[in-house]
Structure formats: structure tokens, C-alpha cells
Ligand binder design. Sequence first.
Ligand SMILES: [Fe+2]
Length: 143
Amino acid sequence: MAKFEWDNSIALGIRSIDEQHKALFDWVNTLNDSVKRGDGSKEVEGLIWKLITYVTRHFTEEERLMLACNYPNLVSHRREHDQFVERLRNIQIKFLDGHQMDEAILDFLVDWLVCHIKGTDQSYSRFIHKQEEEARSPNLTLL
Ligand SMILES: [Fe+2]
């Protein structure tokens, strides 16, 4: 897997979330480096565990944000999160069963994250920005 570098094309404009997304890719890159170096299974296992822990915390944070602004697509967004965590857990179980962590798995993680951020995350980000804009603009309705 080529090292994934975060750039503005996947920025949401929500600072805390963008920072978390950068950290997510850092975790995937760290895992990739570890696999490429041929680290022992204990190291790789630890990194998979840390990645799952971080992903779960990040998804909870996003869902809290969506809930706070009454985002209408929270349920379907959460479903995508849950499916990804389930995939990660399956990858973890397979690894613990002796399967190798190969390039295809790491590519899948990066592809899923990029696709999710550019599509599903962008839509809640647009919703939040629109709400903020509306809150800032004066009410021009004449009574
Ligand atoms: Fe998300």
C-alpha cells in the first residue's frame, strides 16, 4: 500500500474532525509500515487494536455532532460506521486466527475511509455549515 497523505481535498472544514481524520490515516500508515517491516504478530495485533479503538471513538464523536444538530441522515450514517467497525473486527479475528495482514486489506481501509469522508461525511459537514450560515445571517422576513 502506498503511504496515504491527508490533503485538503478531503477536508470537511470542521477542525476537530479533520484532525481526527488525519490521525486515522496516521494509524493506517503506522500499521502499513509495521506490516512492511515484517514486525511480529504481537506488534501488528496491538496496532490493529489501537486502530479499532481510535476508529470507534472517532465515529462516536461524529455521531454526537450529528445528533447535536439534528442531522436527518444520522441513522444511515451510523449504519455505515457500524459496518466498517464490523469489517475491522473481522480482519482482527482473521489475523488472530493466523491470516496475514496483506496489502489488499490495507488498501481497503484507505479506500473506505477516503470514500466515506468524501461522500457520507461531506454531506453532514455541508449540513452543519449551512446551519451555521443561517444562524449568522440576519432574519430578513418582514412581518
Ligand atoms: Fe463518518
